[in-house]
Design a protein. Structure first.
Length: 134
């Protein structure tokens, strides 16, 4: 979570691996992730050094952060919620559009549909797992 360092680095890796288009795609995706996690980002590091903002972490140790993140993962991502629906469909739209631009409309639609199907299957598998535990 160090955008000042990571955004230029992923741009370099993306451009080296696939050209300017993929460099921009990687920067956009990583920047979107940073915006999503903005409360826990030190945007100006290394120019402004500060302790990681505790934000939603009552215990700012690695174990405490992991515990909060794991709870969030199970409560928000491994089941259908308004946040997970929004982000999954935004991601499917973006990835489908990019795939469609590179490989054709049908490939883009197939990729987006496969992505959404995979997410629904993950939610279903987790629901069945939860049902067995209760």
């Amino acid at each position: 979570h160090r955008p000042t360092v990571m955004l230029p680095l992923v741009l370099l890796i993306g451009v080296t691996a696939g050209g300017i288009f993929w460099g921009l795609v990687t920067v956009i995706c990583v920047a979107w992730h940073y915006l999503h996690d903005t409360s826990n980002i030190n945007w100006l590091w290394p120019f402004v050094s500060r302790k990681k903002d505790k934000g939603c972490y009552p215990d700012n140790t690695e174990e405490g952060i992991n515990k909060v993140h794991t709870a969030w993962l199970y409560q928000t991502w491994l089941r259908p919620t308004s946040e997970s629906f929004r982000d999954v469909f935004a991601g499917a739209t973006l990835l489908g559009t990019l795939t469609g631009a590179l490989a054709g409309t049908m490939a883009g639609l197939a990729f987006a549909a496969s992505f959404v199907l995979f997410v629904f299957l993950t939610w279903y598998a987790y629901a069945m797992h939860q049902k067995k535990e209760s």
